[in-house]
Design a binder for this molecule. Sequence first.
Ligand SMILES: NC(=O)c1ccc[n+]([C@@H]2O[C@H](COP(=O)([O-])OP(=O)(O)OC[C@H]3O[C@@H](n4cnc5c(N)ncnc54)[C@H](OP(=O)(O)O)[C@@H]3O)[C@@H](O)[C@H]2O)c1
Length: 247
Amino acid sequence: MKMIGNTMFITGGGSGIGRALAIAFHTMGNKVIVAGRRRGPLEEMAKAFPGIDFRIIDMRDAQNIVEVADWLVMTHPEVNVLINNAGIMAGDKTGGFMDDDLTVATIETNLLGPMRLTSALIEHLKTRPDAVLANVTSGLAFTPLAHAAVYSATKAALHSWTLSLRYRLRGTSVRVLEVAPPWVQTDLMGARDEPRAMPLQDFIDETLRSFASGSDEVLVERVKALRDNPGPNEWAFVEEFNDRLAY
Ligand SMILES: NC(=O)c1ccc[n+]([C@@H]2O[C@H](COP(=O)([O-])OP(=O)(O)OC[C@H]3O[C@@H](n4cnc5c(N)ncnc54)[C@H](OP(=O)(O)O)[C@@H]3O)[C@@H](O)[C@H]2O)c1
């Protein structure tokens, strides 16, 4: 994708991967608008990086998503990039009695939210040259972590939906990308200091190179074993991977 001169809306841009991507794109010469539920981190970013704009959004709230999309198009009509990055992850009780609230929250945040926000913005994006829609999935979309089975399933579904979007948007100005991170040091599942996870800045540096390379899948080396696993013989690696992480 074009790396400068974009106007980008990044959900979950107040922390972790979204925040680091937002700062990197801002620094390179893009207009960046970040969004999330908590005002504090968003306000802090806007203060620390003049030019970054922010908006509160709750990706579980269908009506709020439409309101924010309308605001975005009114306030920043030049917006040409949407990064569906917001997400939640928690261990679940798959294989036993499941917490329905957690299941619903995970599906609404990680799958329904990006679908609704994309739907609300897509006609506008089609009017913009060099438009990009990037969905942040996960290596776990391809090789599930059984301990976070619902999360893994939402990311697999988001991957599938991304492929359909790419097909249906052929011949438009909108390029559909998928960013599938490996385990990265962020607050997600409290992994900020987890030595087995990839340092955030290393991930961002490699991810920016992958964005710039023009490939539909934005992947770092570390995630490729997970991404490449699906197929008729996928079970052996799924088992080995889950044994290795043994919760
Ligand atoms: N870190 C990893 O190992 C890893 C690996 C693969 C994929 N990913 C994906 O990368 C993305 C970013 O995660 P991260 O690691 O950077 O974790 P993070 O720091 O926890 O970021 C998640 C962001 O999503 C926002 N969010 C959560 N629920 C929301 C909602 N209902 N409405 C609006 N915003 C919401 C949070 O902001 P508020 O709380 O303020 O709303 C937060 O800024 C997620 O989609 C995650 O699944 C992460």
